[in-house]
Structures are given as structure tokens and as C-alpha cells.
Design a protein around this ligand. Structure first.
Ligand code: FMN
Length: 205
């Protein structure tokens, strides 16, 4: 038995809860920006992914018009900071709806550092930062998808093994449904199969 859900017959919030509980786990972009008057801003966004490899473009969605989106539209720049497990509560603190003009860096006591290629600050304790220039935005319903061209990436040496970021050291947080957050508790490896090596469906091998 399966249960059917028709978004047209459901309150917006109920379908939102279904979507966010089933599109899981979602990586979290901890997006730092700066307003035109110089106030630093920081907020987590889990509607986040890679849009293109060449050029390198990442994307996240702002549902509604928030400071993050306004700042990016005004300045054309943002940084995606990685969200490691140890910063769990600090990340959530920055999702608080502080009034415009309040910096989450200050309110949540998050240490910052300058970026190399863009004006928004990086989170000093985050092991990875992707510095982005605004590529474009796309409005869809109540959301705005923000595409950012990555112009610089920085990774802490401590999370790298043989020059490559290592999942057991990165320890990423993800967003699940409701108020749930995920951690990586198991990693399995499986290489993609080239057609020349195909030996039939998994169930038959
Ligand atoms: C883990 C997590 C993920 C979130 N993901 C999103 C998201 O993808 N899009 C969004 O608009 N808001 C998201 N939010 C809510 C924003 O972080 C929140 O509205 C924040 O106050 C926006 O800050 P700003 O106004 O400074 O941009 C998320 C919150 C949390 C805790």
C-alpha cells in the first residue's frame, strides 16, 4: 500500500513538511554575505546543490525574500561555508530571524576571517569556504534560486588526506525533516560500472 498526496489539496505548510522530510539528507550552505551598508550576514540554507562543473556554479534557494538574498542582489557576492558537526548549535543560532542590520556573526559570536576574492567574511572555524560571484537568480513561486560562480575555494589542511577532503574529517551536518539534523554515520564505497563491464542487474549477479 502507498499513500497519495496531492499538493493542490493540501495546505502549503503540510506539503512543505512532506517535501523536506523526503528530500533528505540535504547538505547545508552556510551563506555569508554583506549588506550595502557593510553589515555582515550569515544564514544556513539547505536547499543547496551544485549547478554546473564548468564553470563551477553552486546554487541555493531562498524561500521568501531574506537578508541573504537582498545582500547578494545588492552586492553580487557570497560565500558558502561548510557546516561541520562541531558547529551544530552555532549554525542553528544564525537561522534566528534577527532584525535587518544585526550581524549574525556578532549576535551568535561566530569568529570570522576575510575572504580572498570577495567582500563577505568567511567563518573562521568552518573547514571549507567557496567564494562566489553571483551568476544569476531564478524566481520560482515563493523561492528564488541563487546561482553563484565559485571564484575561489579554500580547505583546511586538517580535513585533507593526500590533498583531498576526507569525509571522516569533514563530518558534515545535513538537514532532514522537521527539526532534525543528520550526521554521517556510515560511508559505503561502490564504483560506477562501465558498460563494457556490465554483468547484468544487481539482483542477478
Ligand atoms: C538547517 C537550516 C536550513 C535552512 N535552509 C533554508 C533554505 O534552504 N532556504 C531558506 O530560505 N531558508 C532556510 N532556512 C531558514 C533561514 O536560515 C532563516 O530564515 C534565516 O533567518 C535567514 O537569514 P537572513 O534573513 O539573514 O538571510 C534554514 C534554516 C536552518 C536552521
Amino acid at each position: 500500500m502507498r499513500v497519495d498526496f496531492d499538493p493542490a489539496d493540501m495546505p502549503r505548510n503540510d506539503f512543505y513538511k512532506l517535501l523536506t522530510a523526503t528530500v533528505v539528507p540535504r547538505p547545508i550552505a552556510w551563506v555569508s554575505t554583506v549588506s550595502e551598508d557593510g553589515t555582515a550576514n550569515l544564514a544556513p540554507h539547505s536547499f543547496f546543490s551544485i549547478a554546473s562543473v564548468t564553470p563551477p556554479v553552486v546554487q541555493f534557494s531562498s524561500v521568501g525574500r531574506k537578508d541573504t538574498l537582498r545582500n547578494i542582489e545588492a552586492t553580487g557576492e557570497f560565500v558558502v561555508n561548510f557546516t561541520p558537526e562541531e558547529l551544530f548549535e552555532q549554525i542553528n543560532d544564525t537561522a534566528t530571524d534577527f532584525p535587518h542590520g544585526v550581524s549574525e556573526f556578532e549576535a551568535a559570536a561566530i569568529e570570522s576571517e576575510p575572504s580572498l576574492r570577495v567582500k563577505p567574511l568567511r567563518v573562521a572555524a568552518s573547514p571549507v569556504a567557496l567564494e562566489c560571484e553571483l551568476h544569476s537568480t531564478l524566481r520560482i513561486g515563493d523561492g528564488t534560486v541563487v546561482f553563484g560562480r565559485v571564484v575561489h575555494a579554500v580547505v583546511s589542511e586538517e580535513v585533507m588526506v593526500d590533498g583531498h577532503p576526507e569525509i571522516s574529517k569533514l563530518r558534515p551536518l545535513s538537514r532532514l525533516g522537521k527539526n532534525e539534523w543528520g550526521t554521517v554515520s556510515g560511508v559505503r564505497e561502490l564504483a560506477r560500472i562501465r558498460h563494457d563491464d556490465w554483468r547484468g542487474p544487481a539482483a542477478d549477479r
